[in-house]
Design a protein around this ligand. Structure first.
Ligand SMILES: Nc1nc2c(c(=O)[nH]1)N[C@H]1C(S)=C(S)[C@@H](COP(=O)(O)OP(=O)(O)OC[C@H]3O[C@@H](n4cnc5c(=O)[nH]c(N)nc54)[C@H](O)[C@@H]3O)O[C@H]1N2
Ligand SMILES: Nc1nc2c(c(=O)[nH]1)N[C@H]1C(S)=C(S)[C@@H](COP(=O)(O)OP(=O)(O)OC[C@H]3O[C@@H](n4cnc5c(=O)[nH]c(N)nc54)[C@H](O)[C@@H]3O)O[C@H]1N2
Ligand SMILES: [Mo]
Length: 754
């Protein structure tokens, strides 16, 4: 009879960029993980339960399969083709160190780039560690901004001077109306507290409205009212709501006068033509077009009456909370949707009051996060993250109009194109970046970017483009510290539960060896192992966050929930006394009119006020003659970006299908479940359609993140949306417009006529 160990339970937390971090109890026996269970109401005490969803409960099935990368490899065929040969770790480290130096000496330190990568969103992550080593070795080209909040963050900062515009979530229970604008936390989570408090709000009978082209899971989960809208037109609806509010005299004039600049003629910045104010735009004084609900109906597809009712409802609800997701800003003019939401919050005086919500990015934190100590990057240029492919092709030409920034000099041209990319625990090299065909063309040319290193768990679309491909270790095979995704008053620990599979290694360990090879071992590591760094960083944090338990207790529990969490209402004191507590903008007030934009070259293509701008590839683009359907993506509950796509059991949660309205399907002779060809000038995919009235007519949608799988003709067979998305950045933030696309759809057996 074989002897079995008793089950051992290890507490841990997830570390992907999943919209939430949750507590996992792993049942381990004989060195194997038998199952995962999660946090319960009882475990949580007074706090919000950190309950894992289907993704969290599937980590072991996703990460511990036979499809793992097993040993280091080097490319043998053409780049991107996916042919590799096994090598030793020693050879991998040698090659990386010598290319690292060669490229630095040939093209300068600014030719080296670390790609955006969120597969390990813990304190110790390969991408930040690689940046640390590059900084010690002369520097690298860094990026700013993200794929997540590319437009909403800069837009919020333009108006409020900060992105910390969120209040404590429990304050939603003091609202009289909640508007979720392009927000779907039933799938995207935004930490465990979001749905937790929205459900409580629902129990309190607080009305909840969702504005979204899709009747999303949150509408269903909360029994909310759905207002369908054409993608990329939100700011037109917001303008019309503002029009109604002003027409009805429902605006909080006292708040506008006291705390904002740029709303009306009387409150414009010194020396600027008063007719540039928002109100003159709204009434049509500027362009002859009053921004009425009828005007907006034609653009948005939302009926004038519905717009009017929501405007009046929101203005009278006081306090009311207009809460923005990030969907409406991942668009070609995404800045304007974000600014419009803030404008409405200001207009209705919902800023700085309990039950209100300032809108915008709405970050909020009452505890410090643990951080790896910084090393200054001697090469101080930064690009907007979305423009990295541009920097491979024409980096040396890029300047401030491409969003290049420098803290030290006014001359902001890049010194070089990108010649080396480290892509560690990320799939943005191909799968998650826009326009896969263009990216692949650029990367296949080894005279442009000369050297690419990838570290991942699987042979992803990005991994296939590596010159050196390294096997990482999953969340079960090494330690980390994790923190909330956005909201949440806890700190998590990611425990090591099993030994690394195959020859997998944590990024820190081989980067340390590269550091040794280039003579920077001591500076890089300061003599600490990864685990020792975690303890050191935790103890430093503990000097400030005195409530934290000792390190061993924290590790064993896998989580620490802060007990002392003051309720925060964003801008409470600024609203009360803006003279004593100015808003952190140049004017000290909320900038509805942005002098900052007006006084730069940006003003030629980016308005100084929130207002609707017709987006390229929006519903009024002449290109609709050729490609009449709008296509958006969303973040499905089935995956965390591209993670879990290889886990077939998750297909039961949400099949990869193109959502299409019954009228659009009928016009194309398509029935539910049939395969369709979806295409535009950038690419083609074949995928099953889901015919449903949960999506507005004229709009299609497919969830982002499926693993790109081209057939012999280059047609994607997996439903990977980035085969169809565009690399044209947004005007101001230079952000990713990945939800703004025009396409046509046909039954699969027809020719496309391209
Ligand atoms: N399950 C899951 N959750 C996640 C993630 C994941 O990959 N999977 N990723 C996490 C990360 S990193 C991020 S940044 C966030 C992303 O969070 P979001 O960006 O908020 O998520 P999306 O699903 O892209 O968009 C939210 C909603 O906006 C809608 N939408 C799209 N276009 C428009 C529009 O033009 N107008 C309006 N009104 N609505 C529109 C979509 O249909 C969707 O229901 O999610 C996080 N949570
Ligand atoms: N069209 C479209 N594109 C989008 C979006 C969209 O809405 N639409 N959303 C954008 C957003 S908001 C974001 S944040 C980005 C996300 O972009 P990425 O950060 O690239 O997203 P992931 O797919 O999560 O990539 C994580 C990778 O890390 C690997 N990985 C996971 N765990 C580990 C580990 O422990 N070790 C190692 N070495 N590897 C690991 C996974 O296998 C995966 O390949 O995508 C963006 N792309
Ligand atoms: Mo994101």
């Amino acid at each position: 009879m074989s002897h079995h160990e008793e089950v051992r339970i290890v507490n841990t937390t997830g570390r992907n960029n999943c919209g939430g971090r949750c507590v996992i109890h792993a049942w381990v026996r004989d060195g194997r993980i038998e199952k995962l269970i999660t946090d319960t109401r009882e475990d949580a005490g007074e706090g919000v339960p950190l309950t894992a969803c289907v993704r969290g409960l599937n980590y072991h099935k996703t990460f511990l399969g036979e499809d793992r990368l097993k040993y280091p490899m080097k490319r043998v065929g053409e780049r991107g083709e996916g042919s590799f040969e096994r090598i030793t770790w020693e050879e991998a480290v040698d090659t990386i160190a010598s290319e690292w130096i060669r490229i630095r000496d040939t093209y300068g330190p600014g030719s080296r780039y670390v790609n955006y990568a969120t597969g390990i969103s813990g304190v110790l992550r390969g991408s930040s560690l690689a940046k640390r080593l590059l900084s010690l070795d002369g520097g690298f080209l860094d990026y700013y901004n993200s794929y997540s909040t590319a437009c909403i963050r800069p837009a919020t900062e333009l108006m409020y001077g900060t992105s910390q515009t969120g209040s404590s979530l429990e304050d939603w229970l003091n609202s009289n109306l909640i508007i979720l604008w392009g927000h779907n936390p039933a799938e995207t989570k935004f930490d465990c507290g979001t749905m937790y408090y929205l459900k409580k709000a629902r129990e309190k009978k607080i009305p909840i409205v969702v504005v979204d082209p899709r009747k999303n899971d949150t509408v269903l989960g909360l029994g909310a009212k759905w207002i369908p809208i054409r993608p990329a037109t939100d700011s037109a609806m917001m303008d019309a709501m503002a029009y109604v509010i002003v027409e009805e005299g429902l605006q909080d004039q006292e708040f506008l006068d006291r705390c904002c600049v740029g709303f009306d003629r009387e409150h414009m910045p010194e020396g600027i033509d008063p007719s540039q104010c928002y109100l003159s735009y709204l009434t049509g004084e500027q362009d002859g077009i009053p921004k009425t609900p009828q005007w907006a109906e034609a653009i948005t597809g939302v009926s004038a009456q519905v717009i009017r009712d929501l405007a009046v409802g929101y203005a009278k609800a006081r306090p009311g909370a207009l809460i923005q997701g990030y969907g409406p800003q991942r668009h070609a003019c995404g800045e304007q949707a974000a600014r419009g939401g803030i404008l409405l919050a200001c207009l209705t005086g919902n800023v700085g009051v309990s039950g209100g919500w300032a809108s915008g990015t709405a970050d909020v934190s009452c505890h410090k996060n643990p951080v790896f100590p910084d090393v200054e990057n001697p090469y101080d240029r930064k690009i907007p993250v979305f423009l990295w492919t541009e920097a491979v092709v024409r980096g040396h030409e890029m300047d401030e109009l491409d969003g290049v920034k420098s803290e030290k000099s006014s001359h902001v041209q890049l010194a070089s194109d990108i010649k080396m990319i480290l892509n560690l625990a990320g799939n943005c090299l191909i799968n998650q970046h826009s326009d896969i065909n263009r990216t692949a063309r650029i990367l296949r040319d080894t005279s442009k970017c000369e050297f690419i290193v990838c570290s991942d768990l699987f042979m992803t679309a990005s991994a296939k483009f590596a010159d050196i491909l390294l096997p990482g270790v999953s969340m079960f095979e090494c330690e980390n510290i994790t923190m909330p995704w956005k909201y949440g008053d806890f700190l998590g620990f990611n425990n090591k539960i099993i030994e690394p599979l195959y020859e997998g290694r944590f990024e820190y360990d081989w980067l340390w060896e590269v550091a040794e090879k280039i003579g920077l071992g001591r500076e890089f590591s300061q003599g600490r192992t990864g685990g020792e760094w975690l303890e050191y960083i935790y103890n430093r944090l503990r000097e400030e966050e005195r409530e934290l338990p000792d390190y061993e207790t924290f590790k064993r529990e896998g989580v620490y929930r802060y007990q002392n969490n003051p309720v925060i209402i964003a801008f409470e004191k600024e609203r009360r006394d803006p003279r004593a507590y100015p808003f952190p903008t140049d004017s000290g007030k909320i900038e509805i009119f942005s002098e900052k934009v007006y006084k730069t070259r940006y003003r030629d293509f980016f308005p100084p006020i929130p207002r609707y701008v017709e987006p390229p590839e929006g519903p009024s683009d002449p290109l609709t003659e050729k490609y009449p359907l709008q296509l958006i993506g969303w973040h499905t509950k089935r995956r965390c970006h591209s993670i879990h796509d290889n886990n077939r059991e998750m297909d039961r949660v949400d099949l990869q299908r193109l959502w299409m309205n019954p009228e659009d399907a009928r016009a194309r002779d398509l029935e539910d479940g049939e395969t369709a060809l979806v295409w535009n000038d950038r690419g083609r995919m074949k995928v099953a359609v889901h015919v449903t009235d949960r999506i507005m007519k004229g709009v299609t949608a497919i969830s982002q993140g499926a693993w790109y799988q081209p057939d012999e003709e280059g047609t994607d067979r997996a439903g990977s949306i980035n085969i169809l998305t565009s690399q044209k950045p947004t005007p101001y933030a230079k952000g990713n417009p990945q939800h703004t696309n025009l396409v046509e759809v046909r039954r699969e057996w027809q020719e496309t006529g391209r």
